[in-house]
Design a protein around this ligand. Structure first.
Ligand code: C2O
Length: 559
């Protein structure tokens, strides 16, 4: 029996403010506004880790008075900052599991919020929910809840570390995998010597000192590339592909809050939609870092599924266990930084103006010595200076702006690429690894000046598996395997970090990809084209079902 099971199951409240008119899924039935402990499926006698309880009263968040914490990239940390980071996490790990700011409790909070301990409707139980409906588990992933929730979560984590080392300027270092110098699991986290608190044995041993692949689930590299190896053509191409992945998520496909941050969660039709911030580099780095699924007689290090079975992908490669790797928090600091860069320097987006999103709130623990419970709203966290931190070097030109995009199909595919002779596949269809699906003659809407999005609605997948497919425009089937973020034809992807099947089996997603820039590049002179050919390239072996064919729509709702 491990420490998780021994910890008491205490409540942690998720509070969603009243009046969420555009979030039917977040508004509870019968006028109640809190999703509370009644809705936790956390059973102290069961196998699932539970977040700890405090009965302290809930106070409202207050803006920090000044910016004291400057988050630095891990690869540029001074010796003394490295030691301080290790010390802070060591002290957090030394707190008893029953302490809400212990490392164990922090990891349990993440699992609770991605693993169905909360329900959309507090009056329901898991049994009412099944795959859809109001009893459906609430998840902070796969929607526009993702970015602000994780920002809040690591903010309180950072404050706890600062308190533990008695330094209110202590800032959470970020794993800058978007910069060529940071494209490796930082050595600071890899050194097991001296009981390093940042070390985690449950990582993919084959990837430890390799150049990261920010599009990892596509498994396109013929061989792993040593991070410290020769900077030859293969190396530089891989770096460029990484830069372009971030470029695409931030700019080409990341246009507007809806596409970058994700769609509105919805409890009634279980169709969720991740933003590019979540499903591109973020997802890849989870799976890259974690230990792959394996079968073993020893389950003691595996994460427990809701049916009591074990998921032996750990730690980062499975959402239920991701928070157990100290690297998770530096990884998410970088995700947070990329949101900050998106919001402040490039595309210029504040997020959604909808009060339903702005006023959504959560309750977190704050303070190691005497933990309080603090209610914090999304509107409180849109400007990091309210939270007393910022990022080093945001004024520097982000490396991803150096991405070199090229055409996969020289001369462009033109308007429709000869669709007349191509046969459209029948939907529903099942994507299988390696079998490219070509959908010819997809109509382009004619409303110049509006944003165009490619929509694939009702994508059904098994959340416990690795899932990814790429989408490209006007690429002939023969070239489709080469589709990748560094090509102008690349329209984006669907991809998720493996997670629990708590919601009762298959999940559904709605894929929405901003394609204005792709269309401009691909069509070029043929800009009066009325159709394009869409190719869908499955990247993972497990079946993904598409109920509906892709469509291209105008939207004025990018927010
Ligand atoms: Cu809550 Cu990167 O996951």
């Amino acid at each position: 029996m491990n420490g998780w099971m021994a910890s008491a199951c205490w409540l942690l409240w998720l509070v969603v403010a009243a009046g969420l008119t555009r979030y039917p899924g977040l508004t509870s039935a019968a006028g109640a506004t809190d999703i509370n402990d009644q809705n936790l499926n956390c059973d102290p006698s069961g196998k699932l880790p539970c977040p700890p309880l405090s009965t302290a009263p809930i106070v409202d968040f207050k803006t920090e008075r000044s910016v004291k914490r400057i988050r630095q990239p891990v690869h540029r940390l001074s010796r003394s900052s490295q030691e301080k980071y290790k010390l802070a996490v060591a002290r957090m790990k030394a707190l008893p599991a029953s302490h809400p700011l212990s490392f164990t409790a922090q990891a349990a909070i993440h699992q609770a919020y991605c693993d169905g301990h909360y329900r959309y409707d507090p009056t329901t139980t898991k049994q009412d929910g099944g795959g859809g409906g109001v009893g459906r588990p609430f998840d902070v992933h796969s929607s526009c809840i993702f970015a602000p929730w994780h920002r809040i979560y690591i903010y309180f984590y950072e404050r706890a570390l600062a308190e533990l080392v008695g330094d209110d300027t202590f800032a959470l270092p970020y794993w800058s995998w978007d910069a060529p110098e940071g494209m490796v699991i930082p050595p600071l986290f890899r050194d097991a010597a001296g009981n390093n608190s940042l070390y985690d044995e449950y990582r993919n041993q084959a990837n430890l000192d390799k150049l990261v692949d920010l599009d990892y689930l596509s498994k396109r590299r013929p061989a792993p590339i040593d991070f410290d190896g020769p900077k030859d053509e293969t190396y530089m191409e891989a770096v460029n592909s990484n830069l372009c992945t971030v470029y695409d998520q931030q700019i080409r496909n990341g246009k507007g809050a809806r596409n970058f941050l994700g769609g509105l969660p919805n409890s009634t039709d279980k169709n969720t939609s991740s933003g590019t911030l979540e499903q591109m580099a973020h997802t890849a780095m989870h799976v890259w870092t974690g230990r792959p699924a394996r079968s073993t007689a020893d389950n003691s290090t595996c994460a427990v599924e809701h049916d009591g079975s074990y998921n032996c992908r750990n730690d980062m490669a499975f959402l239920g266990s991701a928070g157990r790797d100290p690297l998770f928090y530096s990884h998410h600091a970088n995700v947070d930084r990329l949101w900050h860069i998106w919001a402040t320097t490039l595309c210029g987006g504040n997020g959604f103006s909808d009060p339903a999103w702005l006023d959504a709130s959560f309750v977190f623990y704050d303070g190691v010595r005497s933990p309080r419970r603090v209610r914090i709203k999304f509107r409180d966290v849109l400007d990091t200076t309210n939270l007393g931190y910022t990022y080093a070097a945001v004024a520097e030109k982000p490396p991803f702006l150096s991405c070199n995009l090229t055409s996969l199909v020289p001369g462009g595919g033109g308007g429709g690429g000869g669709s007349a002779s191509k046969v459209a596949p029948a939907f529903p269809l099942t994507l299988k690894g390696g079998e490219v699906v070509e959908v010819p003659g997809v109509a382009l809407p004619a409303a110049p000046g509006q944003d165009r999005v490619l929509v694939i609605d009702r994508v059904e997948y098994d959340p416990a598996e690795e899932n990814k497919f790429d989408v490209a425009i006007n690429v002939p089937k023969e070239s489709a395997a080469k589709v990748a973020p560094q090509y102008k034809e690349y329209a984006g992807c669907f991809s998720v970090v493996p997670s629990s099947v708590e919601s009762g089996g298959e999940m559904e997603a709605k894929v929405t990809l901003a394609i204005d820039q792709v269309l401009a590049d691909v069509l070029g002179a043929a800009s009066n084209a009325t159709t394009v050919d869409v190719v869908i390239v499955p990247r993972t072996p497990h079946a993904i079902k598409l109920y509906l064919p892709p469509t291209i729509q105008n939207t004025d709702d990018l927010d």
